[in-house]
Design a binder for this molecule. Structure first.
Ligand SMILES: Nc1ncnc2c1ncn2[C@@H]1O[C@H](COP(=O)(O)OP(=O)(O)OP(=O)(O)O)[C@@H](O)[C@H]1O
Ligand SMILES: [Mg+2]
Length: 226
């Protein structure tokens, strides 16, 4: 379960204050999926980054319940948040964020290595095979197509079988065929591991697959300054 209460974030952009989320509250049950929609700049990435502990909110709370234990992110130290993220969160970044000097399988294995898991190479290669990329395991990101890179990014998010997957526009840069393939892999994988999935998306097709939807466009953005 993820519980968010009265969340708000303000960025300083030059001399302008940009307020996003504006007191957002929501709950996502364990194993459920939520699509976060809304126009560019409405705060989708900000929300995912706060849940991942990568960005700190200015107000409100985020609690994640894991095996009956509640973690209140705002009371954690930076080190605790990093450790929480490594152990429990799979993150699919808006622009893949693959490490260019690592091969496909090494990219997928990386979160497992950071978590000191055993047999990560075998697990990474098995995941790549599940994702139809068995022939690309030794390839570096610069020779992979956009769809292949995005599948590697999803596989990397799944390697630790995380309690929560946060996917930031995982199909934003893909054609229809790759959008369908990546979406199916993401939702199937989360079903398989009873993972809680929060996916930011501009795609109606992706949003309708989720159990629930949060439209950040419905809450007006606050901008002030001159
Ligand atoms: N580090 C930052 N410094 C200043 N402003 C920021 C920062 N990060 C985000 N913002 C601003 O906050 C607002 C929300 O950004 P965010 O990236 O969360 O939107 P988004 O909904 O993910 O947009 P997109 O659909 O384009 O990915 C935007 O106006 C953005 O310019
Ligand atoms: Mg974004």
């Amino acid at each position: 379960m993820i519980s968010i209460v009265n969340l708000a974030k303000t960025y300083l952009d030059g001399d302008r204050l940009v307020e996003v989320l504006l007191g957002l509250s929501l709950e996502v049950s364990t194993g459920a999926s939520l699509a976060v929609t809304g126009p560019s700049g409405s705060g989708k990435s900000t929300l995912l980054n706060i849940i991942a502990g990568l960005v700190q909110a200015d107000a409100g709370s985020v609690e994640v319940e894991l095996d009956g234990r509640r973690v209140a992110l705002q009371t954690c130290t930076e080190q605790e948040r990093t450790s929480f993220r490594r152990q429990n969160i799979g993150y699919v970044h808006q622009f893949f964020n693959l490490v260019p000097t690592l091969t496909a399988w090494e990219n997928v294995a990386l979160p497992g290595v950071l978590n000191k898991k055993s047999a990560v190479r075998d697990r990474a290669i098995a995941l790549l095979a599940e994702f139809g990329l068995e022939d690309r395991a030794e390839a570096f990101p610069d020779v992979l197509s956009g769809g292949e890179q995005q599948r590697v990014a999803v596989a990397r998010a799944m390697i630790i079988e995380p309690a929560v997957v946060l996917a930031d526009e995982p199909t934003g840069n893909l054609d229809q065929e790759n959008t369908d393939a990546v979406t199916r892999l993401l939702f199937d994988c989360c079903d398989q591991f009873s993972t809680t999935l929060i996916v930011a998306t501009h795609s109606e097709a992706v949003a309708t697959l989720a159990d629930a939807r949060l439209d950040l466009g419905m809450t007006k953005l606050g901008v002030s300054g001159d």
